[in-house]
Design a protein around this ligand. Structure first.
Ligand code: ZN
Ligand code: ZN
Length: 334
């Protein structure tokens, strides 16, 4: 008999309190706020380095520490959803590029916005950069703080580190997607650099820019190519005239013949807005279909490849040492 109240209490517990707890638990989970952004200053073993950044959106020069500036560069240059090791590789690449250009390190600075500016935020001139606010506005709301923490972690865990060849800062060029093989520097520009050699890249296979198709009608094709040739680049029947391409060792088009005239692969890419110069085509009577591999010039680090290589278990140093030949990652000496 004395046990009855206890049983009733236990039953009550089970019936009322337990479900209430479960519901509360669920509700807490559903409305759980995103993590707080960790804005602790990023310390660098290379010491605090500041630079003058021309913000082309605000039209003003801003003084930033190198590491805080790099958070905005990595955010602007690489998808934040990429693996942390890929983001760290991007941080080292961006730091190397930035220091190379800084006046205090003997660089040429940004020659567009006055004599004391190290770099500008215009990607077409120097290097892309966005403010924390711009990043958070661009990312999905529930992902934003997590993305920002991940990027700050990538910069913090590589703070002060740069990529060197023979103890000198490299020209740390990169591109979005190589399409399977990166390119020798002299096949895109003029100088052959020992650390910018083409390498096989199976790591970007099967991602966004691996293979894309671009279809143009004969009229569109003629109109877009006309600025690059003296004659209308279609036959009397309207068939697009495109012939015999010379290619680099990686398969990118160096030059091809349009209506009998030589046009560079780069001009074709610009004229048609193709993602890269790595393309083949098929012309029918009234249209031309381009099949394109990759996105960008193809030299140096392949960003999608960096993500793929990170997901295959490699760290940022292994990624950098793979895409740049005979290069080491080391702390910047002041
Ligand atoms: Zn600039
Ligand atoms: Zn690649």
């Amino acid at each position: 008999m004395r046990k009855l109240p206890l049983v009733i209490i236990l039953l009550l517990l089970l019936i009322i309190i337990l479900p209430a707890l479960v519901v509360r638990g669920c509700r807490n989970e559903a409305t759980e706020p995103p993590p707080a952004v960790d804005r602790a200053p990023i310390e660098s073993p290379a010491g605090e380095i500041t630079l003058q950044v021309f913000n082309h959106h605000l039209d003003e020069v801003q003084t930033m520490t190198l590491e805080e500036y790099l958070v905005g560069v990595v955010a602007a240059e690489m998808p934040a959803s990429f693996d942390i090791e890929a983001l760290k590789a991007q941080a080292v690449v961006a730091r190397t590029y930035t220091v190379n250009q800084m006046l205090s390190f003997g660089g040429k600075g940004c020659d567009k916005h006055g004599q004391t500016v190290d770099i500008c935020t215009n990607f077409a001139h120097c290097q892309a950069w966005e403010s924390e606010e711009e990043s958070l506005n661009r990312w999905p709301q529930d992902e934003g703080p997590g993305y920002l923490n991940k990027i700050r972690q990538a910069v913090r865990e590589t703070a002060g580190e740069v990529a060197l060849h023979n103890n000198e800062l490299i020209d740390a060029v990169f591109h979005a997607h190589c399409g399977g093989q990166t390119e020798n520097s002299e096949d895109v520009w003029t100088t052959a650099l020992a650390y910018l050699r083409g390498v096989d890249c199976p790591y970007c296979e099967g991602t966004r820019w691996s293979e894309t198709e671009h279809v143009f009608s004969s009229e569109q094709f003629a109109q877009k190519l006309l600025p690059y040739v003296s004659a209308v680049p279609v036959s009397s029947t309207g068939r697009p005239l495109l012939d015999a391409a010379t290619r680099t060792s990686s398969g990118r088009v160096l030059q091809l013949s349009v209506a009998g005239e030589a046009v560079s692969g780069r001009d074709i890419r610009t004229a048609l807005g193709l993602p890269s110069t790595n393309f083949t085509w098929q012309a029918t009577e009234d249209q031309i279909i381009f099949t394109n591999k990759g996105y960008g010039h193809g030299v140096g680090l392949c960003q999608y490849g960096a993500d793929g290589k990170a997901k295959a278990g490699n760290n940022y140093k292994e990624i950098i040492e793979y895409f740049y030949t005979d290069v080491t990652v080391d702390t910047l000496s002041p």
